[in-house]
Design a protein around this ligand. Structure first.
Ligand code: AHG
Ligand code: MN
Ligand code: MN
Ligand code: MN
Length: 332
């Protein structure tokens, strides 16, 4: 018996203490089960011939990878039979999926495989989840039930499939990390209270988009690159994984600022990342770990959603740096 507490023990103890709805324990357990299945599928992908893309595209206009579809199916199967989940929205589904016969009112919004452009080159990817409650209950479920601001989330987190598979989980009271033991198949508590350092000297942005950034982002990144001879008075480092969960897990661990800002490359888009199943769940985790999450102009979790797949600008991580970038946006 491992001396570390397992995800199931952690959830069950919280439920017995009256802090957690037992039905939500089931939902999160099943997210863990799907994560475990996806982790195994990723490890064997080349052997099983499931790398590469399929012919179809998703609602964001992205070509789907075979593993995008596999991961999406894994979550649908793991969640649908519980009865606790009234509906599922996903990057890989055009519209929300009402779960037949559900009696519970939880809504799960998913990025089943985040960073899938990295899957064929063996770089860390992840799954992101956000959990809401249907206002009208399971019976009268409509798409509008999913369109709730990030502040309405009852749980959010992600699983990063890296050298280790780690589930990061938040119910609004602190942020915990559970590492998958590949021998036992259990997620074991390895980080009891994740806190993001307020100060950082590490930024994450796709620098190839520099010519399209708006002035506040141009100013901030130029100052980071000027290092100790510039106005920031210290040298900065840059990292860019190409999988949001990879960059976010790093900044949760050692601090950092992650930016996918609005740019003029496609003026019709307010940003690249999706609000409901990337920015909101990650913003919820980052805020509860002591960080901040903004578009540059407003708090991400306050945004009233209009569409399930709507995009948003994302600037999140160490509070001191996010506040600096927000101040530059306010200064114009
Ligand atoms: P997804 O694979 O779920 O579509 O998300 C990819 C996102 C995000 O994970 C990552 O930070 C960003 O796309 C990378 O974008 P670029 O390839 O433009 O750098
Ligand atoms: Mn995608
Ligand atoms: Mn993603
Ligand atoms: Mn994805």
């Amino acid at each position: 018996m491992s001396e570390r507490i397992s995800l199931l023990q952690h959830l069950t103890l919280a439920a017995r203490a009256g802090h957690l709805d037992p039905a939500l324990v089931t939902v999160v357990q099943q997210i863990g089960a799907a994560s475990r299945e996806i982790s195994a599928a990723l490890t064997r992908a080349a052997l099983a011939g499931v790398l590469g893309a399929v012919e179809t595209s998703n609602a964001s206009g992205e070509t789907q990878k075979k593993l995008d579809v596999l991961a999406n199916d894994a979550f649908l199967q793991a969640l649908s039979w519980t009865g606790a989940v009234a509906g599922i929205a996903s990057e890989e589904l055009d519209g929300p999926y009402p779960v037949p016969g559900a009696t519970g009112d939880y809504l799960v919004l998913l990025d089943p495989l985040d960073g899938s452009s990295n899957i064929d080159v063996n770089i860390s990817v992840g799954s992101i989840f956000s959990i809401l409650r249907a206002r009208s209950g399971a019976a009268g479920l409509t798409d509008a039930d999913f369109l709730q601001p990030g502040t309405a989330q009852v749980c959010a987190g992600f699983t990063v499939y890296g050298p280790a598979t780690v589930m990061v989980l938040c119910f609004g009271h602190g942020v915990q990390g559970f590492t998958l033991d590949p021998v036992s198949g259990e997620f074991l508590l390895t980080q009891a209270d994740i806190r993001i350092p307020e100060r950082t000297s590490e930024y994450a942005i796709n620098a190839s988009n520099q010519r399209w950034w708006q002035p506040p982002v141009q100013r901030y990144i130029a100052e980071c690159m000027a290092g100790k001879d510039g106005p920031r008075g210290r040298d900065f480092n840059m990292r860019w994984v190409g999988s949001m969960v990879g960059d976010v897990y790093r900044l949760l661990t050692r601090g950092g600022i992650f930016m996918y800002p609005r740019d003029t490359k496609d003026a019709s888009k307010p940003g690249k990342l999706r609000l409901m199943y990337e920015a909101n769940p990650i913003g919820y985790v980052v805020e509860h770990a002591g960080g901040a999450a903004s578009t540059g102009y407003e708090r991400i979790l306050d945004i009233p959603p209009e569409k399930v797949h709507q995009r948003v600008a994302v600037i999140l991580g160490s509070k001191e740096e996010v506040d600096t970038v927000v101040a530059y946006h306010r200064a114009g």
